[in-house]
Design a protein around this ligand. Structure first.
Ligand code: SF4
Ligand code: SF4
Length: 190
């Protein structure tokens, strides 16, 4: 019946009027995030990065650009590559996290932020300088070692490169012992 339909409509309106809202008034209010949230700014630890470019090769969109040169600090120990360019074009990123999964050395992590509004697309490219100087608050996504330490990026504490990995991985040249130091250390041991 026509009149009953109107009444039902009003009932639905009334029910929704008194129901607790699902939406929030952003930016005054913020929805709670999960520590495994795949945020947009990425966390990169140069100390752990060998420049292998696995992350770039596995990215389905090809938006990670890495340029390296052979480092000459400790060639006898195998050495690692020095990073000249490490750009991530997050304007095209779909935050699938495959690059993070592909990193064998726990050097790359998803970020924990979500506010990256820019006026120009080119400003969405994260450069190596920004990755180097950014606050290290990695998402715990695909990194159970962070969860094992009860790390939560939402608390705002930075995570060190030593704590971020499954094992200490002193690749970064300034942090690595020099060939001379290693030789001295070897000689000192019985
Ligand atoms: S999250 Fe996915 S799309 Fe984005 S850079 Fe990593 S692999 Fe590429
Ligand atoms: S971030 Fe990981 S995968 Fe990418 S170049 Fe560095 S070590 Fe290789």
């Amino acid at each position: 019946m026509y009149g009953l339909g109107i009444l039902n409509g009003f009932m639905v309106t009334l029910k929704n009027f008194i129901r607790r809202p699902f939406t929030i008034s952003y930016p005054e209010q913020r929805a709670p995030q999960h520590p495994r949230f795949r945020g947009e700014e990425f966390t990169w630890y140069e100390e752990r990065c060998t420049g292998c470019a696995s992350c770039a090769k596995f990215c389905p969109l090809g938006i990670i650009r890495i340029v390296t040169h052979p480092s000459q600090e400790t060639p006898a120990e195998g050495d690692s590559y020095a990073i000249d360019v490490f750009d991530i074009d997050i304007g095209r990123c779909m935050f699938c996290g495959l690059c993070v999964e592909a990193c064998p050395y726990d050097a790359l992590f998803m970020g924990s932020g979500f506010e990256e509004a820019k006026y120009r697309r080119q400003d969405l490219v994260i450069s190596v300088e920004r990755l180097r100087t950014a606050e290290k608050r990695p998402s715990t996504w695909y990194r159970p070692q962070l969860e094992a330490q009860n790390y939560d990026p939402r608390r705002g504490e930075p995570m060190t490169w030593q704590g971020a990995g499954r094992e200490p991985w002193p690749y970064h040249l300034p942090l690595r012992p020099t060939t001379e130091e290693m030789t001295t250390d070897r000689e000192a041991k019985p």
